[in-house]
Ligand binder design. Structure first.
Ligand SMILES: [Zn+2]
Length: 318
């Protein structure tokens, strides 16, 4: 929303370049997740029979939403929800409980199907958190049906936050793939942007990559930048993180410095184009359409805006 704090707005905040990211589209949830209630059948049963309880129905990552003028989720009383898998998402400050249920989306006048990519950055804080949590759980359940120890079909426990194997009793928890994403600048405060091999010709973003087993986040930053463009970075500092359940990542943002006089050596497999940009060069490239920057849903956009000093040209309002 337009009144949200704009990351990188130098008139309002941190100029040192080391403060946290202030606004992340998918890190805005407001509910108390109330994890201690997930195994409390009496509480869950009472909540399900309370007409104040609100239910988000989802299927394949999509939900009903009222999209215009300002997107909000369609939340139903439990009596109107289909009978699918049920996940307890938490309670709000008024004690209202929230669930997600998987199943066919009911017809709701004025509503349309939408997913995180379309409305995740536009929803109010509570709804963004609900949708992010629900989509992440739905994908995890769909992709982890069988016990990794013995192959038996597992069963949902803890109100959707655990799967248990009925054969060997093992519990299995939602998985996340941590990925680092790096705002790399040089001694002239230029920004490093690159294009992945599958991206459209005009797309550029900051470097990113998955953390490997046995590796710290900081080590992953150093390794990925070296692999992707041949640079050695220093001053690796954490900035912020947001879930990216598309399908199961956690994006962890950093800044790092590099020597801009060292020639870039792009990895021929992972990188199609890499280069340094001043703010003036990036402004001109976006305004003339040569470069399309990441959308506001992504942590990449917030990292770039932080360096840029505010919203990028042509960025849609949010
Ligand atoms: Zn098993």
């Amino acid at each position: 929303m337009s009144e949200s704090p704009q990351v990188g707005d130098r008139s309002t905040g941190d100029e040192s370049g080391t403060g946290p990211l202030e606004w992340l589209a998918l890190a805005r949830g407001t509910l108390d997740r109330a994890a201690e209630r997930r195994g409390d059948d009496a509480f869950l049963d009472a909540a399900w029979h309370d007409p104040r309880t609100r239910v988000l129905v989802l299927r394949d990552g999509e939900v009903n939403a009222i999209v215009e003028p300002d997107p909000v989720l369609v939340l139903l009383p439990p009596a109107d929800a289909p009978s699918g898998d049920r996940y307890f998402l938490g309670v709000d400050d008024d004690g209202v409980a929230y669930f997600a249920v998987t199943g066919p989306l009911p017809a709701v006048e004025g509503a349309e199907r939408a997913g995180l990519r379309r409305i995740g950055a536009l929803l109010p804080d509570r709804d963004s958190g609900l949708l992010t949590h629900a989509v992440a759980l739905e994908h995890w359940h769909a992709a982890n049906v069988y016990c990794p120890r013995c192959g038996t079909r597992t069963e949902i426990r803890q109100a959707g936050h655990v799967r248990r194997c009925p054969n060997d009793g093992s519990d299995h928890f939602p998985r996340l793939d941590p990925a680092v994403i790096m705002l790399v600048t040089d001694q002239d405060d230029r920004l490093l942007l690159a294009r992945g091999p599958q991206w459209p010709a005009d797309r550029r973003s900051v470097l990113a990559g998955f953390v490997e087993p046995g590796e710290s986040l900081e080590q992953a930053v150093v390794r990925e930048v070296r692999e992707e463009v041949g640079l050695t970075v220093r001053d690796v500092r954490y900035l912020g993180s947001q879930p990216w359940p598309l399908p199961q990542s956690l994006m962890i943002g950093f800044t790092a410095g590099a020597d801009g006089t060292v020639p870039l050596v792009p990895d021929p497999v992972e990188i199609r184009d890499a280069g340094w940009y001043t703010r003036e060069e990036l402004t001109e490239a976006i305004e003339t359409g040569r470069i399309v920057a990441p959308g506001p849903l992504s942590i990449a956009a917030q990292l770039i805006m932080r360096w840029y000093g505010g919203p990028l040209p042509k960025m849609p309002p949010f």
